[in-house]
Design a binder for this molecule. Structure first.
Ligand code: PEP
Ligand code: MN
Length: 352
């Protein structure tokens, strides 16, 4: 249930309500908004409780049952958007945050060139995997810690934040030392033991949608992390598996407004994995921004034809430049911005 306190409720009154909820067997999550405090009580759902016991307490405005199966992820619990702040980067605010870089870290030159290119074009976060979930055990599996070292050094050199995937609990401590955002890949969206562990992490989490997950299942996975105490969760729509075979996945753009209505968590879109094809990435990135996404995750490689993973869907730096220029026109049309000042006004570099 959600307990909405009155605007002028004192801290003492809030504490008394929390104590009563704990006595009733709930875990209580407090959210202090600009105007009032809201308490989310979870864990007691299977029990038959009487909301009137809370309604009569001093300072309580109203008590709502959360009907959605996810509680802390719901807008009923937290009506205001969650904004995740990492230094000077705010995810979920007015600015659409672009995260870009190679699929995987391969060499120092590759990581450095890609990082320099995405920074110049206006990205705020460098993406790159060091531990790769590959469909085949014979494909390149990532450089491990060496990859993280290369990514972190390039991110620092270019004043970018770093997002990188954690595939397994055993990698968590290591990746936490290097990355600013921990990515949970589509294949791990329902790895509940991993999600629980991430609930204890101090780092923001990017939770990708599973390849066949419904939006409700996706939000329930976010709930695992939130229930563990980590409220800095962003969601990333990366395409779902459908009967269509002309694209690698079907990017569900409608998931963006659907999630934004149901949840306060920021929603990003990944048009690279969403389409699997380079020439489809820019149109879908433009569509995702127009649909209101809070950020984009895009693969960019300085030499995609020789990439060790996902070359076919990786943009050339010049294509990424062009896309960013287009997004700077689209975002203001819906009241958003994207890195207003391009770092460099260099040309678009030909037709690619
Ligand atoms: C990735 O972003 O590198 C990745 C592997 O994505 P997904 O989990 O969406 O396939
Ligand atoms: Mn990839």
């Amino acid at each position: 249930m959600v307990v909405v306190m009155q605007e002028r409720a004192s801290d003492e009154q809030v504490q008394k309500v929390i104590a009563k909820l704990v006595e009733m067997g709930f875990d209580v999550h407090r959210s202090t908004g600009a105007l009032r405090t809201v308490l989310g009580a979870v864990g007691g759902s299977s029990r038959n409780y009487d909301t009137a016991l809370i309604e009569v307490l001093d300072g309580v405005q109203e008590v709502l049952r959360i009907t959605e199966p996810y509680k802390l992820a719901s807008r009923t619990f937290k009506p205001d958007n969650t904004v995740i702040t990492i230094g000077d980067v705010r995810i979920g605010g007015d600015e659409v945050i672009v995260m870009a870089g190679p699929c995987s870290a391969e060499t120092e030159e590759q990581v450095e060139t890609s990082a320099a290119a995405v920074k110049r074009a206006g990205a705020k976060v460098l993406r790159g995997g060091a531990f790769k979930p590959r469909s085949s055990p014979y494909s390149f599996q990532g450089l491990g810690e060496e990859g993280l070292r290369l990514l972190k050094a390039a991110a620092d050199r270019h004043n970018l934040k770093l997002v990188s995937e954690v595939m397994d609990i055993s990698q968590l401590e290591l990746i936490e030392r290097y990355a600013d955002i921990l990515q949970v890949g589509a294949r791990n969206m329902q790895n509940f033991t991993l999600l629980r562990e991430l609930g204890r992490s101090k780092k923001p989490i990017m939770l990708k949608r599973g390849i066949s997950a419904t939006i409700e299942e996706w939000l329930l996975s976010a709930e695992y992390i939130l229930a563990g105490g980590n409220m800095n969760v962003m969601l990333c729509e990366r395409g779902i598996r459908t009967f269509e075979s002309y694209t690698r996945n079907t990017l569900d753009i409608s998931a963006i407004p659907v999630v934004q209505k149901l949840s306060h968590l920021p929603v990003l879109a990944d048009p690279s994995h969403g389409t699997g094809k380079r020439d489809k990435v820019a149109p879908m990135a433009r569509a995702a921004v127009a649909a209101g996404c809070d950020g984009l995750l895009i693969e960019v490689h300085h030499d995609p034809d020789h990439a060790l993973s996902d070359g076919a869907q990786s943009l050339f730096p010049s294509q990424f430049d062009r896309l960013m220029a287009e997004l700077r026109i689209i975002a203001p049309a819906i009241g958003r911005s994207i890195c207003l000042e391009p770092v460099s006004k260099r040309g678009w570099g030909g037709s690619r």
